[in-house]
Ligand binder design. Structure first.
Ligand SMILES: NC(=O)c1ccc[n+]([C@@H]2O[C@H](COP(=O)([O-])OP(=O)(O)OC[C@H]3O[C@@H](n4cnc5c(N)ncnc54)[C@H](OP(=O)(O)O)[C@@H]3O)[C@@H](O)[C@H]2O)c1
Length: 288
């Protein structure tokens, strides 16, 4: 039987690093710590070595198609397939609540478009019965969206990938031509690109589940809570090791029936479609 393989993206620090740590302790198989920067990634792997944990290291910049292609070819050659994939890599700009068009595009490219590349190139390597976890955010709940047209589109049970892309592109277009309306999003449209990318990611998760159902693969998206990492400049109600527990649960322990769900940090599967829910991100929590 082929050796089992787990992959975590953006794992040189923060929650991704803690997920790798947890997998090294609990997953029976090879664990890949990946990072866009080789130095930072190798340093992180060396940190784990000091704890007696031995992940494999590979370079992977999820926003660089060539890097994903190289990683795909390596995995194919070395293992034939993988069993667990944690899409964790992301960027945010929580310091400036409103970003330039270039910043917004950068955030969307890494937090959403890279997932499309992973879907195209890495998902075919996920073995039947495998598990995929997309690390989303409270910014990824539909209640972050306030524009009625997009709420209706995103709520469609037969939502297509093209429609999710349109939602994202329409936002970027509005930033480019200065027609962006703050009232189209919760919290007066703060960190809008991050909200758009994560809403798109959680919507896409539901679609990915439908597509992978026949191969018995589970795909869930989750909000890890407000976590003390570089992303939040150290603000949060718990640390990265604690925040890694629910992604680890989804990858290793959750019942098989949990599929295509939007999962909160306390493991509850929430109704992603509840547009009136109070799950959206409030920047005031960063000052708390
Ligand atoms: N912290 C929170 O409160 C919070 C709340 C909700 C959701 N999340 C989500 O949780 C996940 C982890 O966040 P975190 O708090 O651990 O953030 P973090 O400490 O800033 O770590 C983010 C990781 O993603 C990597 N990354 C960024 N762009 C990449 C790319 N193109 N290719 C590969 N790796 C890339 C970063 O690498 P570099 O070191 O090279 O930049 C870093 O390793 C993210 O998906 C985030 O959106 C976090």
């Amino acid at each position: 039987m082929a050796e089992r393989v787990a992959v975590v993206t953006g794992a040189n620090k923060g929650i991704g690093f803690s997920i790798v740590k947890g997998l090294c302790n609990r997953f029976r198989g090879v664990v890949y710590l990946t990072s866009r920067d080789v130095e930072r990634g190798k340093r992180a792997a060396a940190e784990l070595n000091k704890l007696g944990l031995y992940p494999e290291y590979r370079q992977l910049d999820v926003a660089d198609r060539d890097s994903v292609l190289r990683f795909r070819d390596f995995l194919k050659e070395e293992h034939g397939g993988i069993d667990v994939l944690i899409n964790n890599a992301a960027v945010a700009n929580c310091r400036d609540l409103y970003n330039t068009y270039e910043e917004n595009r950068y955030i969307v490219d890494i937090n959403y478009k890279s997932i499309l590349t992973m879907q195209e190139l890495i998902f075919p390597l996920v073995r039947d019965g495998g598990r995929i976890v997309n690390i989303s955010s409270d910014c990824g709940h539909i209640s972050n969206v306030r524009n009625e047209y997009w709420l209706d589109v995103l709520s469609k049970k037969d939502l297509t990938g093209k429609e999710i892309d349109d939602f994202v592109e329409c936002f970027l277009e509005s930033c480019k031509n200065n027609t962006f309306k703050r009232e189209d999003f919760a919290d007066n449209g703060t960190i809008a690109a991050y909200r758009v990318a994560k809403v798109a990611l959680s919507a896409l998760t539901i679609l990915q589940q439908k597509q992978l159902e026949k191969r018995n693969i589970s795909v869930n998206s989750m909000h890890p809570g407000l976590v003390r990492t570089d992303m939040t400049a150290g603000v949060g109600f718990y640390d990265a090791d604690e925040a890694a527990e629910t992604p680890l649960y989804l990858a290793l322990d959750a019942p098989d029936e949990l599929r295509g769900a939007y999962v909160w940090y306390d493991r509850r599967a929430l109704d992603w479609y509840d547009r009136h829910a109070d799950y959206f991100f409030k920047t005031s929590t960063l000052q708390a």
